[in-house]
Design a protein around this ligand. Structure first.
Ligand SMILES: [Fe+2]
Ligand SMILES: [Fe+2]
Length: 178
């Protein structure tokens, strides 16, 4: 049965595997952002809680976009098994440090995937990946800007409250216009 299904897709086994690995990575990112939202909420950072909930939703959308592609291509999309998601965080700032690290790891993962697609001459998947490669510019930018608020505003006095308020207002523009 497995061999028969295999004939129905142009995805190589290796590319199907890396796509499924990325599905899992996006699901983990979604779960991690949701945990961050909960931590922020429990510690009185309401705006950041809302921001991380939104990030969590976006990561799930990314997961589904990949999932649909594997399915549409006749591959076997695997609903990922997620466990061991962190619940506690050291400090408000450390949440944002981890968020940026996570986004950088995702960008690196997409770069490796694009490289594999080139080597396998899988230009269909390579083209599909362009959306994600572009999206990561924004994802990294927003995460980096959020972390920079800690240096710009400082955490003393009402600093953390100010940072919390500013986080959801970070916007990425891909041109210098407006
Ligand atoms: Fe993502
Ligand atoms: Fe992301």
């Amino acid at each position: 049965m497995k061999d028969l299904l295999r004939l129905r897709t142009s995805l190589t086994e290796e590319i199907e595997k890396v796509l499924n690995d990325q599905i899992k990575m996006e699901a983990e990112a979604s779960a991690m952002y949701l945990a961050m939202s909960s931590w922020c909420d429990r510690n009185g950072f309401d705006f950041s809680a809302g921001y991380f909930k939104k990030q969590s939703d976006e990561e799930r959308e990314h997961m589904l976009r990949l999932f649909k592609f594997v399915s549409d291509m006749g591959g076997r999309a695997v609903s990922p098994d997620i466990s061991g998601i962190q619940i506690e965080f050291e400090t408000f700032k450390s949440v944002f440090e981890q968020a940026l690290q996570q986004e950088i790891a995702v960008t690196q993962s997409f770069n490796r995937m694009a490289d594999k697609c080139m080597k396998a001459k899988d230009f269909v998947t390579f083209t599909f990946l362009q959306w994600f490669l572009k999206e990561q510019i924004e994802e990294e930018y927003v995460a980096r800007r959020a972390l920079e608020l800690f240096e710009i505003i400082g955490e003393e006095g009402t600093g953390q409250y100010e940072i919390d308020k500013r986080v959801p207002k970070i916007k990425y523009e891909d041109t210098y216009e407006d």
